[in-house]
Design a protein around this ligand. Structure first.
Ligand code: DGL
Length: 274
């Protein structure tokens, strides 16, 4: 039997939301093991400054490297938008963020070259998506949707209030020359849970790009360049998962299951010293 070494991928997020990225990764890179870090004591990142988010993200990335991560996935859109360069400079392993894969997928999908991106306040005001998408020759309308994260965390993923909120945001986003934008980029870890609702509310002509899925596909390409191809045996082994949370492990388990789609065991508490 040929045996190959299983790589360990580190996934970082401000909290539970990045589990949507882990879920996508488990589907396309099952031959890896994973360490996940949720900075639950310090979320949300979406309303914080670049300086603060960068400081937190660097600590978390260090922790993941100390726990054997050989590749870091910055699942948090806000942390990617505000701090990817600094994380990449400080890391000793390759780093993949969510913005570039999302922009790439949007560029590939849009026919009329007009795209709407939604995300947290911090992600949108950083204009990281605008930069990545306009570099690819497309026009972009960015729209902060700060109410969507708390609604998802409340479990209101198919609730009339959430639908009404999304409708108001989309009326503003798909306007002023962007009525015919044909791609909507979900630029936040929480939005994949709202996909059925957002699909109903977004204009029919707009296709949805889920940056969690685009990022998982980018990681799959990168990991296969870094390591020898895995054999079928490796792909059949269930990935080992380790979780770190900076706040209550019980709460992480309970809320996290909604994002990951199955039970979560083995959550360890970590106290990061400033
Ligand atoms: N993980 C964040 C993001 O993708 C959303 C939650 C937060 O604001 O911390 O932007």
């Amino acid at each position: 039997m040929i045996t190959t070494r299983r790589p360990t991928i580190g996934v970082f997020d401000s909290g539970f939301g990045g589990l949507t990225v882990l879920k996508a990764l488990l589907e396309v890179v099952p031959e890896a093991d994973y360490v996940y870090f949720g900075d639950t004591a310090r979320l949300p990142y979406g309303s914080k400054s670049a300086e603060t988010v960068a400081r937190y993200a660097l600590q978390a990335s260090r922790h993941l490297e100390q726990n054997r991560a050989e590749l870091l996935v910055i699942a948090c859109n806000t942390a990617t938008a505000l701090a990817l360069d600094r994380i990449t400079q400080a890391a000793n392993v390759p780093v993949v963020g969510v913005v570039e894969p999302g922009a790439e997928a949007a560029a590939a999908m849009s026919k009329n070259k007009r795209v709407v991106v939604i995300g947290t306040e911090a992600t949108i005001s950083s204009h990281a998506y605008r930069k990545a998408i306009t570099e690819r020759g497309l026009e972009v309308r960015e729209k902060a949707c700060p109410l969507l994260v708390p609604l998802v965390e409340e479990g209101w993923v198919d609730h009339p209030v959430t639908e009404q909120v999304a409708r108001i945001y989309f009326n503003e986003a798909f306007s002023g020359g962007f009525e015919d934008a044909d791609v909507l980029v979900l630029g936040c870890t929480h939005y994949p849970l709202l996909k059925p609702l957002l699909r109903r509310v977004a204009p029919d002509h707009a296709s949805i790009v889920d940056s969690a899925e685009s990022t998982a596909a980018a990681v799959a390409r990168q990991i296969r360049q870094l390591l020898p191809p895995s054999n079928n045996e490796e792909r059949r082994i269930t990935p080992r998962l380790r979780f770190f949370a900076t706040d209550s492990v019980e709460k992480f388990r309970r809320l996290g299951e909604r994002f990951l789609g199955h039970t979560i065991d083995g959550v360890e508490h970590v106290d990061l010293k400033e």
